[in-house]
Design a protein around this ligand. Structure first.
Ligand SMILES: Cc1ncc(C[n+]2csc(CCOP(=O)(O)OP(=O)(O)O)c2C)c(N)n1
Ligand code: SF4
Length: 278
């Protein structure tokens, strides 16, 4: 018998998921919908938007309004939804390839606009759905189908990018730290502005297997052992820094700024018409 919050926010009739055994995405989804429950979200006033990829299958299982869009374009769709209906809670889930490669430019501009939405990147270090090609977030030297002798490129810190581009809430967690995911998603949903969360998630089928990390449980232990909480990060250790990196509650939210622009345009039009009339 699933827990009550799962029945409330999941299409239980669509379970089990298509995700491989030991994939992090099931745990990530549970943590995300637990946050929905803690925020007491009205499912009819919530929209979950995704691109294409393993992680982007999440809207098939979440029982809110859902939009499964094109690869790399989830944030563009979400922007349209939020501008048309600012009253809705908009949450976007993307894969690392989706968000940082084909959708990288959308991410930059969504961050700088500070629209009130929550963007969650489920970073499994590769293109899972298309069988393990390297993505911009695949660690240097790792093996992938397109990097059989080791990834020659350097990966980069997506949280630092999001913060530099203007996201007003930025955090990172891992699937191992599943309660931290919920905590951060609650914070992000309640935050008025663009929230960005990266979750390091295991893909045992491709990334784990190619890189000989071991079982899915070994991958979770790896996440645990390589994580450094932001409070204990002195910059000298190698690993995944997790926690809340940035929160700005002062920067105005885009829909509100845009309402101001519309009001000014209407005033200018009325003044012009009045001047014309006499
Ligand atoms: C425009 C476009 N380009 C490429 C594809 C093929 N494609 C489908 S899923 C995917 C990769 C998904 O990887 P990622 O975004 O990291 O998500 P994951 O599957 O790892 O969760 C690609 C390249 C597509 N569907 N549409
Ligand atoms: S391919 Fe990887 S990311 Fe996709 S469902 Fe399987 S384990 Fe998960």
């Amino acid at each position: 018998m699933p827990e009550a919050f799962l029945e409330k926010y999941l299409r239980v009739e669509n379970l089990p998921t298509i995700w491989c055994s030991g994939c992090g995405l099931g745990t990530d989804m549970r943590s995300i919908v637990k946050a929905f429950e803690q925020c007491e979200l009205d499912a009819d006033k919530t929209v979950l938007v995704s691109g294409i990829g393993c992680s982007s299958r999440m809207p098939s299982y979440v029982d809110t309004n859902c939009v499964h869009t094109t690869h790399g374009r989830a944030l563009a769709f979400a922007t349209g939804i939020k501008l048309a209906r600012p009253d809705l809670t908009v949450v976007v889930v993307m894969g690392d390839g989706d968000a940082s490669a084909i959708g990288g430019n959308h991410l930059i501009h969504a961050c700088r606009r500070n629209l009130d939405m929550t963007a969650i990147v489920l970073n499994n270090s590769n293109y899972g759905m298309t069988s393990g090609q390297y993505s911009p977030l695949t660690p240097h030297g790792s093996i992938g189908t397109t990097a059989p002798y080791g990834n020659a490129e350097q990966s980069f810190d997506l949280c630092k990018l999001a913060q530099a581009c203007g996201a007003t809430y930025v955090a990172r967690s891992t699937t191992f730290h599943f309660e931290m995911i919920t905590k951060q998603v609650v914070k992000a949903i309640k935050h008025k502005g663009f929230s960005f969360i990266e979750v390091i998630s295991q893909c045992p089928t491709y990334f784990g297997r190619f890189n000989l990390i071991g079982t899915p449980a070994d991958m979770l232990i790896d996440q645990k052992e390589h994580s450094i909480r932001i409070e204990r990060d002195d910059g000298t250790q190698q690993g995944i820094v997790i926690g809340e990196f940035h929160e700005d509650t002062e920067l105005p939210e885009y829909c509100e700024v845009y309402d101001g622009v519309i009001a000014k345009a209407k005033e200018a039009k009325a003044a012009k018409e009045a001047a014309k009339a006499g």
